[in-house]
Design a protein around this ligand. Structure first.
Ligand code: GLV
Ligand code: MN
Ligand code: MN
Length: 419
């Protein structure tokens, strides 16, 4: 069989060239860049023998029917949106590898006893709007329609952005799939951490996806003259935010696996000679255990209340995202483990600290994931890198899972898998 990785890499390069920022990769939900990326993916799906469509939420879905048309589908996917100044593998690698695997099967004439859909989810990162997993939640039918009014930084709502992209917000719910239509969701993704590199392995078997909570926080003090207001009379919202950030860091250092990040902060009015009167900041808190995350969230909340009281600031916080841990499905993990072993690698189980579309799709179907080693564990960074050899290893494992499923069942009959 010809190598799959060069074609996968060429397609990743083509997607990486589509960006809102010159010299960087930034492709946000419902932007013209995303439309251009989706158009490329639609073309590749067609070439592979998949029938493509863009759903009511902007997800790109390519389907190949089973022997019996209309059969439930195995869904292989990941996301096409990115963070700002992203790497080129986070998300697109899973989409283009899924297309390459279907293409290889079609070329070999393998008929699968179930339909396959390759999905490029339109929003996983949640970079543009204060909502996350919009594409995969729409697909799973769990997106809260009230959030269509959620604005981006320019005041454009999700509903408005859907209209600008030629989609109808009143039909957004039509992206939802029924549980019986989907057999399982498989996602190949770069690890985004150092585990596989440390283990010296190209691929790893994901055991669970960490739960996450995100908050939008505001601290309100009083703006004032930097030269005339004495230090002990100040209500400096930015100094308060600094204390809050350090409280997050201190709490998260106490438990292995618990991680907390303040990744965005705005100080107002934002002038060199004015005491900051108001600060907005975000919190992203994750743990591989929901109890641990909830306990840390409560502790951080209490620490912030104490800081605000001591500094005479008012504190408000709003949950913008909350997703529990998602364990991967044991039967599908077993299929991936078998394929990893048959490709000649030790099976290395590891959890995912990063969020993935499977956190949403699990509402519909069992979820399993395969990780590909990434250099230095670096991700959400333009230096993100996976080698051609490792991409090839990941693609071959995924292909072997598909072939194994075909062999598991009589290709002339419908596929019945244990849920
Ligand atoms: C998505 O990549 C996330 O984990 O934030
Ligand atoms: Mn990401
Ligand atoms: Mn991702």
């Amino acid at each position: 069989m010809d190598a799959l990785a060069p074609r996968i890499q060429a397609r990743l390069d083509a997607l990486a060239a589509i960006s809102a920022d010159e010299g960087a990769i930034t492709r946000l939900y419902l932007t013209p860049e995303q439309a251009r990326a989706s158009a490329l993916v639609v073309g590749w799906m067609r070439e592979a023998g998949l029938t493509p469509r863009v759903d009511a939420a902007g997800n790109v879905i390519g389907r190949i029917e089973a022997v019996e048309p209309g059969a439930p589908a195995l869904v292989i996917g990941s996301h096409l949106d990115t963070v700002r100044d992203a790497g080129q593998y986070d998300g697109p690698l899973g989409v283009v590898t899924g297309i390459a695997c279907v293409e290889a099967l079609v070329r070999e004439g393998v008929r699968l006893p179930f339909a396959v859909e390759v999905v490029g989810f339109a929003d996983e990162e949640g970079t543009r709007f204060n909502a996350t997993l919009i594409g995969s939640r729409a697909f799973a039918g769990t997106f809260d329609p009230d959030k269509l009014d959620c604005p981006d930084g320019q005041g454009v709502t999700i509903a408005g952005a859907l209209r600008a992209a030629g989609l109808d917000p009143d039909r957004f719910h039509e992206a939802a799939r029924r549980a019986g239509e989907i057999l399982a969701y498989l996602e190949l993704h770069i690890e985004q951490g150092p585990g596989l590199e440390r283990a010296g392995l190209p691929v790893g078997l994901v055991t669970a996806i960490s739960g996450a909570t995100r908050l939008a926080v505001t601290l309100e003090g009083e703006a004032g003259h930097a030269g005339t207001v004495a230090m002990d009379g100040r209500r400096d919202a930015l100094a308060g935010a600094a204390a809050c950030i350090l409280a997050v860091e201190a709490r998260c250092r106490t438990d292995a696996g618990l991680v907390g990040t303040v990744g965005s902060l705005t100080a107002t009015p934002g002038a060199v000679n004015v005491i900051p009167g108001r600060v907005g900041f975000s919190l992203d808190l994750r743990a591989p255990d929901d109890g641990l995350r909830r306990a840390a969230l409560a502790d951080i909340g209490s620490a912030w209340e104490a800081i605000a009281a001591e500094r005479n600031l008012s504190l408000t916080k709003r949950i913008t995202h909350d997703a529990p841990c998602v364990p991967c499905d044991p039967a599908w993990m077993e299929r991936i483990a078998t394929a990893i072993a048959e490709e000649g690698y030790p099976v290395h189980p590891l959890p995912s600290g990063a969020g993935h579309d499977g956190m949403a799709v699990v509402a519909l179907a069992p979820v399993a994931m395969l990780f590909v080693r990434c250099r230095g564990g670096i991700s959400h960074n333009p230096a993100e890198f996976a080698s051609l050899e490792d991409i090839e290893a990941g693609a071959r494992v995924l292909l072997r899972v598909l072939r194994g499923l075909a062999a598991e069942h009589d290709a002339s009959g419908p596929l019945v898998l244990d849920p």
